[in-house]
Design a protein. Sequence first.
Length: 231
Amino acid sequence: MDVDSIKLKNSVNCSDVGCAKPAKKRGLCQLHYGQWYRCQVVSSEVRKCSIDGCDRPFAAKNLCQWHHRRMIKSGDPLAGGFSYDSPKKAIEERTVRSLNGCLEWTGAACHIGYGRMKVSGVKKLAHRVSYEIHVGPIPDGLFVLHRCDNPRCVDPAHLFLGTNQDNMDDMNAKNRGRKARGSASGCAKLKESDVLKIRNDIRNIRDIAASYGVGKSTIGYIKSRVTWRHV
């Protein structure tokens, strides 16, 4: 459908063939009006990205949002990103041996530091891929743990399988995930002995707070055991 054939008056349903969505503007639903506004064409042929093999809906310039973003950034919708058909090749090309003996993944990483890679377009954690290559399949429900406690390490000699409980026990044994409590916290203004005195202090909260240089809410939380519950 070209621009000239678009209905200018409002209709009950979208005027594009096969679309039963309610019309919003120019006789088109919101989706098809957006297509017409950006490309001056309304057709089922442009509902998908023009890149071969990409089934994402187009966003602009006949490209999906992902490819259009790459086009703006580098001038090439296919630029950037690493997707390997051979996981072994990825491990060989994107790792470096560090001074501590770990084989570290130099590619992308997730928000908690574990290496991340694409294998045939599918996102996977690098250490799990390395384990499957050098050791074997990972049974359902099991985790791949690090002996070296280095999330970027993909050295199979540093990896071993374990359950979720094994993962938690390993984390606690290495003092990871434990939050400092009480005076051990770098933000603490009080000590455990101060907390005990505050709980036994019969003065009003304002006077107690002024004595210790903290806010009234801090004193209230201590007395009601919302905070410093371990004391």
